[in-house]
Design a protein around this ligand. Structure first.
Ligand SMILES: Nc1ncnc2c1ncn2[C@@H]1O[C@H](COP(=O)(O)OP(=O)(O)O)[C@@H](O)[C@H]1O
Ligand SMILES: [Mg+2]
Length: 238
C-alpha cells in the first residue's frame, strides 16, 4: 500500500548522505506522488539531512534522485527551484535584512507568471503578510517569518514543496493554521508536499503517506492511515 498513484514526482533510490564522511542516511528508497508525504522521526533521525539532500544542498554519496522524470542526482542546488522544487529550511528561511515584500519578490525571480499575481495569491493564503509588507523580515515573530519563508518558496510556483518542520517552536494557534495551509497548498494549488515533522499526531492528520525515519533508515513507508502507534513508537525508538 505504499505505492504512489500514478507517475511519481520524485523517486529516491538507495540514497546515502551525511557530513564529513559520517553517513546519516542509509540507503533510503521511496517515491512521492502528487500528495502530502510526511517524513516522521525523532530528533536526529535524519529528516533535515534528507530534505537538504533532496534539495541538493548536501551531496549524496550513493544512490539516485529523480524529479519529474529527470535524473537530478548531480544537479547544482541553484537549479532545483527552477526545476520546480521549493524548499523551506527548518531555520533561516528568510533574508533578515530585506522587507517581507522584498523576500517574496526574490522568490518570484523564477517563473513566467506575473509577480504581482503570485504575490496576491501568497497574501490570499497568508493574509497577515499583506499588512507586514514593509517590515524588515529579521524583526518578524517566529510564526510570521515561517509564513514569509513558505510564501517565498510558493512564489517560485513549485510542483513539489519541501517543508522542514514548519511548525517547530510555534504557538498552538499558528501550528493549527499552518497545518490547514499545508492541506490548502496541496488541494487548492495542486502542489505536492514533502513534510518533515516530529509532531506525529498533527502530521498524520494531513498526510496521505508517511515515511518513518529511524537513525537514518526508512523504518516504514506506507499509507498514513495504516501506521500503528506501535510502529510509530518503534520507529521513534521509544
Ligand atoms: N552539519 C552537520 N554536521 C555534522 N553532523 C550533522 C550536521 N547536521 C546534522 N548532523 C547529524 O546528522 C544526524 C541527523 O540530523 P538531522 O538530519 O538534523 O535530524 P532531524 O532533522 O531528524 O532532527 C544527527 O546525528 C546530527 O547530529
Ligand atoms: Mg531537523
Amino acid at each position: 500500500m505504499s505505492e504512489t498513484n500514478g507517475t511519481p514526482m520524485l523517486e529516491a533510490s538507495g540514497l546515502r548522505s551525511g557530513y564529513h564522511g559520517v553517513n546519516v542516511l542509509k540507503d533510503i528508497s521511496f517515491e512521492v506522488g502528487n500528495e502530502v508525504f510526511t517524513v516522521l522521526g525523532a530528533n536526529g533521525a535524519g529528516k533535515t539531512t534528507l530534505l537538504a539532500t533532496l534539495a541538493r544542498l548536501i551531496p549524496s554519496t550513493a544512490g539516485s534522485i529523480s524529479f519529474l522524470g529527470d535524473d537530478v542526482t548531480r544537479i547544482p542546488a541553484f537549479e532545483t527551484a527552477a526545476r520546480g522544487m521549493g524548499y523551506v529550511p527548518q531555520e533561516r528561511g528568510v533574508f533578515p535584512d530585506l522587507t517581507v515584500m522584498e523576500n517574496l519578490t526574490v522568490g518570484g525571480m523564477i517563473g513566467e507568471r506575473s509577480r504581482e499575481e503570485r504575490i496576491e495569491e501568497v497574501v490570499e493564503l497568508f493574509p497577515d503578510l499583506g499588512n507586514l509588507g514593509n517590515q524588515v523580515a529579521g524583526t518578524l515573530s517566529g510564526g510570521e517569518s515561517r509564513m514569509v519563508a513558505c510564501g517565498r518558496a510558493l512564489m517560485q510556483d513549485p510542483a513539489l514543496l519541501l517543508l522542514d518542520e514548519p511548525t517547530a517552536g510555534l504557538s498552538p494557534l499558528y501550528v493549527d493554521m499552518f497545518f490547514e495551509k499545508i492541506t490548502e497548498i496541496h488541494q487548492d494549488k495542486g502542489v505536492g508536499i514533502i513534510l518533515a515533522e516530529q509532531n506525529a499526531t498533527k502530521a498524520l492528520e494531513v498526510a496521505d503517506r508517511v515515511m518513518v525515519l529511524s537513525l537514518g533508515e526508512a523504518f516504514a513507508v506506507m499509507d498514513a492511515a495504516n501506521l500503528t502507534t506501535d510502529q510509530l513508537k518503534e520507529g521513534y525508538r521509544i
